[in-house]
Design a protein around this ligand. Sequence first.
Ligand code: 6PG
Length: 263
Amino acid sequence: MTEALSHLPGELRIAPSPDELFDQLAQTLVNAATRAVGDREVFHLALSGGSTPEPFYVRLVTDPQYRAMPWQRTHVWLVDERRVPETDERSNMRMIRETLVEHVPIRQRQVHAVPVEAENPARAYERELREVIGSEAGATPRLDFVLLGMGDDAHTASLFPHSPALAETDRLIVGNDGPAVTPPPRVTMTYPLINAARHVAVLLTGGKKAATLRRVARQFAEAGPDVEQLPITGVNPLAFDARATMGWYLDAAAVGDAVEPTT
Ligand code: 6PG
């Protein structure tokens, strides 16, 4: 198993328990933010929804160890969103506000909700992202840190197996809908944007993800990426820029067997 995991792009960060894993991830995040602010005076952070990161967000904002996080210089973006109002329990923005944003000194204008009620939310969000992050002419804007999760079907963000958004090679944000997409309709970052990030972190905890992780690892080991069946295999920022980094943050249960933790 560990042998197969070594074929995942980037680095493996394995901890015995979710709490120890959250510590590793929080430390990596604070370091990345501090470096970004030192280099460019701003830190662009894209966060996922789902249940896995919730306790991580709570930890990040409540543990005094992470007080150095430069929230005043941070912009929070959403990796994906469901097309529901923020009053709906399924809203990612709602969860991220409740667990994180409401507890840190960040200006509201630095918190970028997907405008779910706009006529074309994806287009509006892409415009906002391009304006705020900026980039050299023709280049893709670069997020500093993207936090991803993975579903049991190996979807990541709202990039579901066999769904239309997988084929996008140009737009940075798209709507994703249809029979392959778990309702409600979604708005999601695409591979071109995710893979242009300076750091991508995939956070997986719990035994429910172990079998899928094994499939993903085997796919990399035996045949290489297959985005249609296993969308997370399309994530690889190192292929875009060799200085980019990627980490798989796994607790022992997600790995599925006893391996040497890196903490
Ligand atoms: C979302 C996510 C999605 C999530 C996975 C895993 O908004 O739901 O961005 O890609 O990361 O579905 O979800 P869990 O963490 O709940 O298993």
